[in-house]
Every structure is written in structure tokens, then in C-alpha cells.
Design a protein around this ligand. Structure first.
Ligand code: ATP
Length: 477
């Protein structure tokens, strides 16, 4: 039997700005300001019960898509703290800098490249000190050593990529890989950002999903950058992010990182209320053979001297068909978990009015990302048979999908709460359920209700929870 509730789902309003998401995130247990009991720690955020599920679902979707569904990518999980020499030869010790400037009037300190129209964002003055480099790697010390012992200095990684490069041969030989192939890694990175802010957009501790795709030096690298841009646009689409809110930025030559010959940034409209609404969601870079050769003991410079006298390995690759040895080139799609989560939340946010004219928030998350897939709600919490049946349904669904039982309010309130956290289905157990062994399944987006037999429920939900389909990858170039 199909019940259709006619409700006022006419007009949806999208998230007007990041502040709307900050308030929803705190109210509903997605993200809390960190260390709040001590006044907070500028730029640090803690993920609550729903936030941790959402982050995990984003990471799982990414991992499934790249490592399981393709046949040319393996995963690794390398250390956060690496030998300091990794950062010397990768160029980070010398060049991983932001340019700092101080406002002479209010003494505010800012990143030079983020200043708009030369105006101080705090006081509006235009009186700056000279720009100077500031290395943004976060330092630590290893072992019980004296404060001034320089040999104890180590860094928390500012990118996960280097942990992949130094494991290139380990993965290639153990997994018997031939070019082209990729290595994926997801994990924390740290940067001592000069001006963190805008919620989880720019923090000093964040999570990255990086993949290094190794190809021959004679591959069509620029086409491969385009290929990976297209692949990621599809993936973001599968997460429910609208193409209208994404914009491709071809990084000009003078702004390229020292290792890159071409980079395309995928920008998201994080600031719809501003004249310049775009900020980077991820970057796709052709990193050439810079990283593998810089970590290799055999690579010589133009004068015939070893570039890296400290390395004990040669990270070159022997290509059987051509009988040639070379350093593979790399195409790197580097995305942030936190910026993806923010984009997903902004795109999913919508407001509508119910038939009483009250505003309701509906988080239209893609089912694969929703922290909770089904909420089981008893219509009468003082009726032990109904409560028992609802709890039994919750237990039976749990091995298949994340389900919760909730009886802490009237049914209208419970529906509204689940809509606001993006739960695709509410399942109501009522008096009739005791007779006909059926429940009401309510759809988050349409508020339509269907009567489903308990024995068919799991299959019914699983069918409807299928993630948006991603087309199979085209043949690699
Ligand atoms: P930006 O120019 O915004 O500082 P970036 O170009 O330095 O970013 P990359 O080095 O390309 O960033 O890092 C890859 C991805 O890691 C970024 O696109 C972003 O999603 C994420 N990321 C980088 N820095 C931060 C940060 N401080 N907080 C949150 N995510 C970050």
C-alpha cells in the first residue's frame, strides 16, 4: 500500500554561507569547536558522533572508488613523522613557505597572497612591512633530548605524498606492478597556517586523500591531468556536489609549485555570498619525475654530481618492453577530506516549509554518505510490544546498514531531527504493525510514505540506498 503525504515541499533554499553550516554542525553533533572548555584553540575542530561517520563515509567512498573499483591502484598508510632528510630532498625545508606581511597600523599578521586590494582585513589600512618567507612545516623533537639539540628536529608531514614516493619501489615490486599504476593514501597532514579560519576549510591539522599515478616519461602528461580532473568531477558528482558549484582553475606558470609543470585546481563555491566565491577543494598536478629522482642515490646533476648523497636507494623503474630504465613521471590528484565534507554539507543543505508554515532543514546527503541510513521510530513508546518490535527491527538491520532507534519525542519532532541530519529513511512502527507485520517507510526528500512488510524491509532499503552510479573509468591514456 502506498501512502503519499502531500506536504509543502515546493521551494528549497540552499546554504547561504558557511556560518549556516557551522551552526547546524554544532547543533546536531557534526563538528564542535576544539578545546572549548578552555576557550577553544583558533582553527581546531573536533568531529562529533555524526561528523566522524560522515568523514569515514567520504574516505570509504574515495578508497572504494580508487583502490577497489579500479585495477591499477594500491593503498598504503605511511608514517606521519618521517626521516628529516625526506623533507630536505623533497624541497620542503627550503621552499614550503608562505609569504608573511604585518600591518604596521594594527600589527595584524597575514599571508601576502590572500590580501585583497592591498587593504588590511582587520583595520583597512594600507601600510605593510616587507613580505618575508615563513616555513609552514610543524616542528617537533624526537627522543629525550636537550632543547637545543638540532639532530632531534623532526616534522609532522605537511602532505601525505612523500610517504608514497619513498615507498614507490616497495609497492611496485611487492605488488608486481607495471606502469601506469597508482598509490593512494589517506591520512592527517599538518601545516602551521599563518591565517587559519573559515571553519574546517583551513586548519593546521587536516586530512588528505592523495594519489600518485606513476606513468612513463613519454606519456601524454597534460592529457592525463585532464583525465583525472574529469574523473574527480564525476566522483564529486557521485557525492551529491553540483557541477554548478565547481570551477576549474588553471594555475598560471608563475604560481606553480617547484615540482609542477601543470596544475589544475578544482575550486568550490564556499562563499556564495561573496564577489569572489571560490576556494580550492583539491588540486591535480603533474609533478614530473622530480620526487622519485630527488630521493634516488643514482640521479646526477648537470655537472655529474649525485643530487642526493644521503639516499641508499635508486627509485628508478625498468621498463621491460622498451628495455629502458627511467624515473616515472607522476600525476597527483590531492584532495582534502575536510574541504570535501564542507562542500558536501553546503550542497546538501536545504530549507523548506512544512504544512504549518514552519521552516525545516533537510540535509539531502547522498545515501552513501549519510551518517545514519535508517531511524526506527515507535509510534507509541509506552506500548512494550511496539517498542520491542522497533528494537528488534533496528537490531536486524544493523549488520547491513547503520540504523538507530529513537523514541525521545513525538513523531513530528523525530522526523524533523532525522531530516536535519540527512537520514534517508525513517521507519515507523505503529499499532497496525503488530497485526500486519509491516512498517511505514518515510523518504527524507519527498516525505512520501510506503507500507513495507518487515520481511522485505532490508532488501527494500538496500536497493534504495545504492550510491549514485559512477561510470566505469575510461581506458588510461
Ligand atoms: P591552499 O592554497 O588553499 O593553501 P594548497 O594549494 O596549499 O591549498 P595542496 O598542497 O594542493 O593545498 O593540498 C591538497 C589539498 O589538501 C587542498 O586542495 C585542500 O583540500 C587540502 N588542504 C591543504 N591545506 C589545508 C588546510 N590548511 N586545511 C584543510 N585542508 C587543507
Amino acid at each position: 500500500m502506498l501512502f503519499v503525504l502531500l506536504c509543502g515541499l515546493i521551494c528549497f533554499v540552499a546554504a547561504p554561507n558557511i556560518d549556516t553550516i557551522v551552526s547546524l554542525a554544532k547543533r546536531r553533533g557534526f563538528v564542535f569547536p576544539s578545546s572549548e572548555v578552555y576557550g577553544g584553540l583558533g582553527s581546531a575542530w573536533d568531529y562529533g558522533p555524526l561528523g566522524v561517520e560522515l568523514c569515514n563515509n567520504v574516505k570509504q567512498s574515495w578508497w572504494r572508488w580508487l583502490v577497489y573499483e579500479r585495477d591499477d591502484i594500491d593503498g598504503v598508510d605511511s608514517s606521519i613523522i618521517l626521516n628529516r632528510l625526506v623533507w630536505k630532498y623533497s624541497g620542503h625545508e627550503a621552499t614550503f613557505n608562505d609569504w608573511l606581511i604585518d600591518c604596521r597600523k594594527c600589527k595584524g599578521r597575514f599571508r601576502a597572497d590572500k590580501i585583497v586590494d592591498n587593504k588590511c582585513p582587520s583595520c583597512g589600512a594600507n601600510d605593510w612591512t616587507e613580505a618575508r618567507p615563513f616555513n609552514t612545516m610543524l616542528q617537533t623533537k624526537l627522543g629525550a633530548v636537550a632543547d637545543d639539540d638540532p639532530t632531534a628536529l623532526a616534522y609532522l608531514r605537511p602532505e601525505t605524498a612523500q610517504g608514497i614516493f619513498i615507498n614507490f619501489l616497495n609497492v611496485q615490486t611487492t605488488m608486481r606492478r607495471k606502469l601506469p599504476f597508482g598509490i593512494a593514501q589517506v591520512g592527517k597532514s599538518f601545516r602551521n597556517e599563518v591565517t587559519p579560519g573559515n571553519f574546517i576549510l583551513r586548519t593546521r591539522e587536516f586530512e588528505q586523500m592523495e594519489m600518485e599515478y606513476f606513468v612513463s616519461p613519454s606519456a601524454e602528461h597534460s592529457k592525463l591531468v585532464d583525465y583525472w580532473v574529469e574523473q574527480y568531477l564525476e566522483w564529486f558528482g557521485s557525492l551529491g556536489i553540483s557541477r554548478d558549484n565547481l570551477y576549474l582553475y588553471e594555475v598560471p606558470e608563475k604560481e606553480l609549485a617547484h615540482y609542477s609543470k601543470r596544475t589544475v585546481d578544482i575550486m568550490y563555491k564556499y562563499f556564495p555570498e561573496r564577489e569572489k566565491p571560490w576556494e580550492e577543494l583539491m588540486g591535480i598536478a603533474w609533478r614530473t619525475d622530480f620526487d622519485l629522482s630527488t630521493h634516488s642515490k643514482n640521479k646526477l646533476d648537470e655537472e655529474g654530481k649525485r643530487i642526493n648523497p644521503d639516499s641508499t636507494e635508486d627509485l628508478s623503474y625498468f621498463d621491460e618492453p622498451t628495455k629502458q630504465r627511467f624515473y616515472p613521471h607522476v600525476i597527483e590528484p590531492a584532495a582534502g577530506v575536510n574541504r570535501t565534507v564542507l562542500a558536501v554539507l553546503m550542497d546538501a543543505y536545504s530549507e523548506t516549509k512544512n504544512d504549518k508554515g514552519e521552516t525545516r532543514v533537510i540535509l539531502k546527503l547522498s545515501p552513501q554518505l549519510a551518517p545514519i541510513k535508517a531511524a526506527i521510530l515507535p509510534l507509541a513508546k509506552n506500548k512494550p510490544e511496539i517498542v520491542g518490535m522497533a528494537k528488534a527491527i533496528k537490531r536486524s538491520l544493523q549488520p547491513l546498514l547503520r540504523a538507530v532507534y529513537d523514541d525521545t519525542g513525538g513523531i513530528g519532532k523525530l522526523y524533523a531531527r532525522q531530516d536535519e541530519i540527512g537520514t534517508p529513511f525513517c521507519i515507523t512502527v505503529d499499532h497496525q504493525s503488530l497485526e500486519d507485520e509491516a512498517v511505514t517507510v518515510r523518504d527524507r526528500d519527498t516525505w512520501e510514505q510506503e507500507r513495507i512488510k518487515v520481511t522485505d524491509l532490508a532488501e527494500h532499503l538496500q536497493k534504495r540506498l545504492k550510491p549514485y552510479p559512477i561510470p566505469p573509468p575510461p581506458e588510461p591514456i
